[in-house]
Write a protein that binds this ligand. Structure first.
Ligand code: AMP
Length: 228
């Protein structure tokens, strides 16, 4: 099993449905010293708990729109700080945040103050026709963020999470209509974000149609960063 020699601070970038959640789960299994946070999972947990933030978030999520940069950045930075991830020796990965240049700049500034800048950004490049096919079959376990696909990665017991046995749900924003809007939002925001990270020299891209093709490429990049 791989072990971390240097801290990894990774951002996974990719369209909705490109497999960020699936790749995250696989990376965490392979590199147990890495932890992760997903902005979408955090928001869905707030919605499930019925918090004021959750109520606000559900309006945006159900229409496929992005939350304000200030609001989401505050949520994530508080989370990073509570988990002591601002400590420059921690290894972690972000999924779904930052999504805009403004968010990236706010995060850069905060991490910079702690000498804990991102040191790897990987763009998952999956063809859109593959993504659209996947999304119809996607189910999630909200408390953990575990993702299942009825075709490629079905739960052992239909409709139940493998680990807890709790029910799986379909995301309310995985409908044809809302998903189209999310993809549009992604296309609108991704190019400036890619440019932002390309400038800092930490951007890599992995391409493929399946999780099994993408994953080894990702492991290679992460291992290189760890110095193995
Ligand atoms: P995801 O699970 O990453 O696809 O996120 C689901 C939804 O949560 C998005 O469509 C947005 O409405 C919201 N969201 C998640 N991350 C962000 C972010 N970084 N900035 C703004 N909105 C976000």
């Amino acid at each position: 099993m791989a072990s971390a020699l240097r801290p990894l601070r990774l951002l996974l970038l990719g369209a909705p449905g490109s497999g960020k959640g699936t790749q995250t789960a696989r990376l965490l299994k392979q590199f147990p010293q890495i932890e992760s946070v997903s902005s979408g999972d955090l928001l869905r947990q707030q919605i499930k708990a019925g918090t004021p933030l959750g109520q606000k978030a559900s309006l945006y999520i159900s229409s496929g729109k992005l939350l304000s940069d200030e609001l989401i950045t505050k949520l994530i930075i508080t989370n990073l700080s509570n988990r002591k991830w601002m400590n420059s020796s921690a290894s972690w990965l972000l999924d779904g945040f930052p999504r805009t240049v403004k968010q990236a700049e706010l995060l850069d500034a905060e991490l910079g103050r702690h000498s804990a800048q991102l040191n790897l950004v990987v763009q998952l490049d999956v063809p859109e026709n593959v993504i659209l096919e996947r999304i119809e079959n996607r189910y999630v376990h909200v408390p953990s963020g575990r993702v299942y696909n009825l075709t490629y990665n079905p739960p052992r017991v239909p409709g139940k999470d493998d680990i807890t046995g709790e029910p799986l749900t379909k995301r309310s924003d995985d409908t044809y209509e809302v998903f189209g809007k999310r993809l549009k939002e992604y296309r609108r925001t991704v190019t400036p974000l890619i440019d932002h990270y390309a400038k800092s020299g930490i951007l890599e891209k992995v391409t493929g149609e399946t999780s099994d093709i993408i994953f080894p490429q990702l492991v290679k990049l992460v291992s290189e960063k760890f110095g193995e």
